[in-house]
Write a protein that binds this ligand. Structure first.
Ligand code: ADP
Ligand code: ZN
Ligand code: ZN
Length: 734
């Protein structure tokens, strides 16, 4: 009989620590997966210390329950994985049980030992079968000697590297990193990743590589390229994906093969940073600036930042890649003499076909266009002439629906949401008013609910309206070279729209993308979804309809995001020599002289970054300071703010008296509570408070100590109506 400590996900209100004591028939190594009773349920747990406190006086032996089973077909989780969980929980201020259990595949949390056992047997049988077929087919691959047994003949075909690429590869091999690979779109960054991973896998028959991408569904080409390249080298089963688009069974299978080491390459989204990979030696974070690496629920972790930590922990190399790095990473990669910690690798040139002049950036001054025009005349002319030449255009606007508001001119009624402090968006396709925050949907009223006026009108534009307008504006021209019987005068121009509304059904994004690739679409309209990642070869014109908003946003990161979005979009234009002779990027703006657009026109990220960093330094904002947000949700705005302000006052009073904490408090600034930009969502009022410090470690210490104060504050009278609160460390949106 042994006492074991087991990590479980205990509910936050249960006042239990996450590590509980159970009885087991014998000792179990740390990291073993077990099923344990918890309250009335049975749940998955992880043995959290190498066994065993002998029955010490502290344990009430009668109350200790026995574990229900051991998932002994799964090897125990390693020390590195456990440490990653400890760090994540501590840094992002969440409970260890929540973080660790959420990091495991959902199906693993449900299966009993017997089910798990059956599953493992099945997996083994199919592995044996595929090993047999492989050995009869001359390559002789088996699970454990995969790379060794592969004959040299199956070396994947790779292009010979350009000078810039070769330099990057050499430095990655020679230096420790972390590396920031700063390379233009089409400079061949992916080829650098492939090359590094390939030499790792050939040199070390056990080594594993983790390749992270922002959204796999948006970039199927990348997954394909990795599979194509590495299947001959390590076998199809050794390249696995991990993302939320997979079924629970697929995710479990992929996770297990990473955990066992038979998966040599894991391609995944942010969740993949938590995959158990005992032989991890190389990590890629592609498009490292992408906001989707930061989780927006639960533990609000940054997979990019955790990748850096994890690489250090496991002695792996890590490469962050981007054409527009986050300002944090850019700043970290300043010269070592100035305190930089990352190695910056430069690849400014574009490869081969796309290596000619970058698309020309043209700014249209909307002050000189007819008022209320959605399309300026020169842009419209440009699109028409591209269409007439058989080339494709891409038009984007970051707002879906037909119009963001419906409005009555007589009484001033607007389509507010009854449950949120926001307007409901007019969707013309199904004639609904839809709240994009709480989902509240109603049919469009026939007349103004305020005064009965039948003439209520849309205000502003969304992608649906852009699509409709373009169809009308291009109705008089025909696509070249297509004379079908149905259209003796030539086929009409085809406008397609890709946004969250048109891609809800599974597979619909893929089929729409395929239509664009095959040339069935002349003009593609969409949200930022279409600006990211796609390799549309025939697009020669990219237009941003109304991007100015970000220049005047209260969010200090908005300009950074806009620059990177526009530059990525520009990268879509003219990627193919046959079509790219004169790629163009159009920007409709009321402030054509804005320095952001000027830097964009020059494709000059470094000077844009420098000016942004100067502003941030003067204002004491990240990366020159470190931030956390506490968000509170309550029945009333007063209660939400009262809780935050009381927790702040309590921090100053109580914590100042703690031994040795005066110094920490002196380095931390707590601002007043304010309503969130959208204060009410689904009838819940939301407020937030910013906490800032020039020292990351002071901020960390403060937050850790403050947790107890926040918990205690909750019971104060003025906080009645508080529903929940949570801390967001290194928040991306303020
Ligand atoms: P990035 O990831 O920087 O956008 P990619 O790696 O996708 O760039 O490369 C852009 C294009 O150039 C791809 O079609 C790729 O196959 C091709 N390419 C990359 N490196 C080379 C090379 N050394 N020789 C020939 N073609 C290359
Ligand atoms: Zn009215
Ligand atoms: Zn709503």
């Amino acid at each position: 009989m042994a006492w074991i400590s087991v990590l479980v996900h205990t509910p936050a209100h249960a006042a239990l620590g996450p590590v509980l004591t159970y009885r087991s028939a014998g000792p179990l190594p740390s990291g073993t997966l077990v099923r344990v009773p918890l309250g009335k349920r049975e749940t998955l747990g992880v043995v959290w210390q190498d066994t065993v406190q002998e029955s010490s006086g502290e344990i009430d032996t009668d109350k200790v329950r026995e574990i229900s089973g051991v998932l002994d077909t799964v090897a125990p989780l390693g020390e590195a994985w456990q440490q990653l969980m400890r760090f994540t929980a501590q840094y992002y201020q969440r409970s260890l049980g929540e973080v660790a259990l959420a990091a495991l595949p959902p199906q693993l949390r449900e299966l009993s030992p017997t089910q798990m056992h059956r599953r493992t047997l099945r997996a083994q049988r199919s592995a044996e079968k595929s090993a047999q077929t492989a050995s009869t087919s001359a390559s002789g691959r088996s699970h454990h000697v995969a790379a060794v047994a592969v004959p040299v003949a199956s070396e994947p075909a790779a292009p010979s590297l350009t000078r810039e690429q070769a330099d990057a590869v050499t430095r990655i091999a020679a230096e420790d990193g972390p590396f920031l690979l700063f390379g233009a779109t089409g400079s061949g960054k992916t080829e650098v990743y492939l090359n590094c991973v390939q030499s790792l896998l050939t040199q070390n028959p056990q080594a594993q590589a983790l390749v992270m991408v922002p959204e796999i569904n948006l970039t199927p080409q990348l997954e394909e390229r990795f599979r194509e390249r590495f299947t001959p080298l390590v076998g199809a089963d050794a390249v696995v994906s991990l993302h939320s688009g997979m079924t629970p069974a697929q995710r479990l299978a992929a996770w297990l093969s990473a955990h066992e080491g038979s998966a040599r390459i894991v391609l995944g989204t942010r969740m993949a940073v938590f995959a158990s990979m005992p032989q991890l030696q190389f990590i890629v974070v592609d498009e490292e600036h992408d906001p989707s690496y930061k989780s927006s629920e639960g533990a609000r972790y940054s997979a990019r930042d955790l990748a850096i930590y994890r690489a250090k922990l496991q002695g792996a190399k890590v490469v962050l890649g981007s054409a527009t790095p986050s300002l944090e990473s850019w700043y970290q990669s300043r010269p070592t003499s100035e305190g930089g910690r990352y190695q910056r690798l430069l690849m400014p040139g574009r490869i081969g076909a796309s290596g000619q002049a970058l698309p020309m950036v043209r700014r249209v001054d909307m002050n000189h266009q007819p008022r209320k025009a959605i399309f300026s005349l020169p842009l419209l002319e440009a699109i028409r002439s591209r269409v007439a030449l058989g080339e494709q255009s891409m038009v984007f606007l970051n707002r879906r629906g037909y119009a963001p508001v419906l409005h009555c001119h007589d009484c001033g009624w607007k389509s507010e949401c009854a449950h949120c402090s926001a307007f409901r968006v007019f969707h013309k396709a199904d004639r609904t008013l839809r709240c994009h925050h709480c989902g509240f949907t109603e049919r469009v009223p026939r007349a103004c609910p305020g005064c009965g006026n039948p003439d209520i009108a849309p205000l502003g534009q969304g992608t649906e309206q852009i699509e409709e307008q373009l169809e009308a504006l291009l109705a008089d021209i025909r696509r070249p070279n297509t004379v079908s019987e149905a259209f003796p005068d030539g086929e009409p121009v085809r406008v397609a729209r890709i946004d969250a509304d048109t891609t809800r059904r599974k597979g619909s994004l893929q089929s729409q993308l395929a239509a664009v690739h095959s040339g069935d679409v002349d003009v593609l309209v969409g949200t930022q979804m279409i600006a990211k990642g796609h390799d549309f070869r025939r697009i020669t014109l990219v237009a941003a309809i109304n991007p100015d908003g970000a220049l005047f946003s209260s969010d200090f990161r908005a300009p950074e995001r806009l620059f990177s979005l526009l530059l990525q979009a520009a990268g879509r234009a003219g990627r193919d020599a046959a079509w790219g002779k004169s790629g163009e990027v159009w920007i409709q703006t009321f402030v054509p002289a804005h320095p952001l657009y000027a830097a964009l026109k020059q494709y000059d990220y470094p000077s844009f970054a420098q000016s942004q960093l100067q502003e941030r330094e003067q204002a004491g904002m990240p990366p020159f300071s470190f931030q956390a947000l506490v968000r509170a949700e309550a029945r009333s705005q007063e209660a939400a703010q009262a809780f935050l302000n009381a927790a702040s006052a309590n921090a100053r009073q109580d914590m100042a008296a703690w031994e040795g904490w005066a110094d920490v408090l002196a380095q931390v600034t707590l601002y007043s509570a304010v309503p969130m930009a959208i204060a009410r969502v689904a009838n819940v009022e939301r407020a937030q408070m910013l906490v800032e410090s020039p020292s990351r470690s002071a901020l960390q210490r403060f937050l850790t100590g403050w947790q107890a104060v926040l918990h205690a504050t909750r019971s104060q009278a003025e906080c009645k109506g508080l529903i929940r609160w949570a801390i967001d460390v290194d928040p991306l949106a303020i």
